[in-house]
Design a protein around this ligand. Structure first.
Ligand SMILES: Cc1cc2nc3c(=O)[nH]c(=O)nc-3n(C[C@H](O)[C@H](O)[C@H](O)COP(=O)(O)OP(=O)(O)OC[C@H]3O[C@@H](n4cnc5c(N)ncnc54)[C@H](O)[C@@H]3O)c2cc1C
Length: 443
């Protein structure tokens, strides 16, 4: 099929690509697509082989066929006004300097300063895949929506997570107030701070708080007799996480199911909270943070038929919507919001973003009468086994089936660097710009 936007004319009409969600998955899809459409090696693709440059050695060039540049306009929509390094949340709520660094306004991201890329602050509230139109509500416009027409859509809207697992503010300014309120409440807690829930998030929240504020008594309580009990990981990973957490100075209470929290007074008459557990144990605290609620996919804006019973998008291995969706081949989804195997991870979201960009680019080539049009070659996502990288204060634990479990400060350096992975993600996505060894913004 030849599209009227064929790029062989001198001023082709660009393909309109709409990306919903400007975090790991969405930015990866947008920026890798930008690379491919400009004849560059995709930034999250395989590293260049010896003798190849960034501008050469793409798959099509290796096959001897020149890849034409393709005109695209990319619109990224996000509810936040900047890229938020979600992984850093446990540290962002404990440390204001880090909170400042972990949220970068989209306007301050060099990689997005391209004439054909725009970022809209607001939310997509509905989709008509038949007409290829999204209903967009600009931030502050209430429920009023305008039509955003597109040729291709990449959905990357992640999961809805509650406070304090993730800050709820949609503007950086508000977010800094939100995180500093938490820091103040947790660190002035005379009777200590209690984190409820021994999953990955609860472990990291407890460990980061203790690391930044060693003077605060921090207790992690968990209803089961092992940490990470909901994760399909070997016991040695769960046991090692417990050891590291205790070494970091966090008190851990296992098999403690929280029944209720009441206002109380301590022996000196000071106001505090009394926590009562199902086993009869009680504990006084000033600050209680819940890290237990189930996150739900942010897919209310998508057609119900494209979702499974839990609300995840039913993509195939090429990350394309289910075939019964009108114009299915024009709709892809990546990241936490899709139904796929494996523990939800930001590395997975960025990898999927690259696959979506590659597959979308193949479709653009196919519809633009290029010499490669006959044979689109799609990348297919493999099944993902359970794997994890978990920061526990100064140490980290990692596990994947091929490598087994490792832990220690060196594992922390490899997986998270010295800023809970901010620089690693920033560089991987080359948010500082394609060419430079990316510059990381100062906190
Ligand atoms: C506290 C915490 C710690 C974590 N630690 C790790 C870790 O150490 N390692 C790891 O690999 N993973 C970790 N994860 C998981 C990781 O953060 C996710 O896998 C990753 O964020 C998924 O990326 P995503 O792009 O799919 O979605 P998200 O990062 O959730 O981004 C979705 C984006 O879409 C936007 N959005 C949502 N709905 C709409 C809409 N309707 N319209 C417009 N925009 C919308 C949101 O504002 C958001 O910016 C952690 C998660 C949490 C909560």
């Amino acid at each position: 099929m030849v599209d009227s936007r064929a790029p062989s004319t001198s001023t082709p009409t660009p393909f309109r690509v709409l990306v919903v969600g400007g975090s790991y998955g969405g930015l990866s899809a947008a920026l890798n697509l930008q690379d491919l459409c400009n004849g560059r090696r995709p930034r999250c693709g395989p590293a260049p082989a010896e003798g190849e440059t960034e501008q050469s050695g793409t798959e099509t060039e290796q096959s001897g066929v020149e890849t034409p540049n393709i005109a695209i306009d990319i619109t990224i929509v996000d509810e936040r006004d900047g890229f938020y390094h979600l992984i850093g949340s446990p540290l962002a709520v404990a440390d204001q300097a880090y909170a400042q660094k972990a949220w970068v306004l989209y306007k301050d991201i060099p990689a997005l300063r391209e004439p054909n890329v725009r970022v809209l602050h607001g939310s997509v509230q509905g989709l008509d895949p038949k007409r290829k139109v999204a209903a967009f509500a600009a931030r502050g416009s209430g429920t009023q929506t305008t039509d955003l027409p597109y040729d291709y859509l990449v959905a990357a809207a992640g999961l809805r997570r509650v406070w304090p697992v993730v800050p709820q503010s949609l503007r950086k300014k508000q977010y800094l107030f939100e995180t500093s309120d938490y820091t103040r409440a947790a660190t002035t807690a005379r009777h200590g701070a209690v984190i409820v829930g021994g999953g990955a998030v609860g472990i990291e929240m407890a460990a980061e708080l203790k690391l930044v504020h060693p003077e605060v008594k921090v207790t992690l309580v968990h209803s089961r007799d092992k940490l990470l009990s909901a994760e399909p990981l070997p016991d040695e990973v769960k046991d090692r996480s417990l050891e590291l957490l205790r070494e970091a100075g966090v008190d851990v209470l296992l098999a403690h199911r929280l029944e209720r929290t009441d206002d109380a007074r301590d022996a000196s008459g000071n106001a505090c909270l009394s926590l009562r557990f199902a086993n009869g144990h009680t504990l006084l605290a000033d600050h209680v943070a819940m890290a237990v609620s189930k996150s739900v996919p942010s897919t209310a804006w998508l057609p119900r038929g494209a979702l499974d019973d839990d609300g995840y998008v039913r993509v195939d291995a090429t990350l394309t919507f289910p075939p019964e969706t009108p114009n299915a081949a024009h709709h892809l989804a990546v990241g936490d919001m899709i139904r796929w195997s494996g523990i939800k991870r930001c590395g997975g979201a960025m990898h999927m973003g690259y696959y979506a960009a590659h597959n979308l680019h193949q479709r653009l080539l196919a519809s633009s009468s290029s010499p490669t049009a006959e044979t689109p070659k799609f990348l297919e996502l493999a099944e993902v086994p359970p794997m994890i990288g978990l920061a526990v204060g100064k140490n980290a634990v990692s596990y994947w089936p091929g490598g087994g479990m490792t832990s220690g400060e060196d594992v922390m350096t490899v997986f998270f660097g010295d800023d809970l992975g901010f620089t690693i993600c920033w560089n991987h996505l080359r948010l500082g710009g394609y060419k430079s060894v990316p510059e990381v913004p100062k906190a």
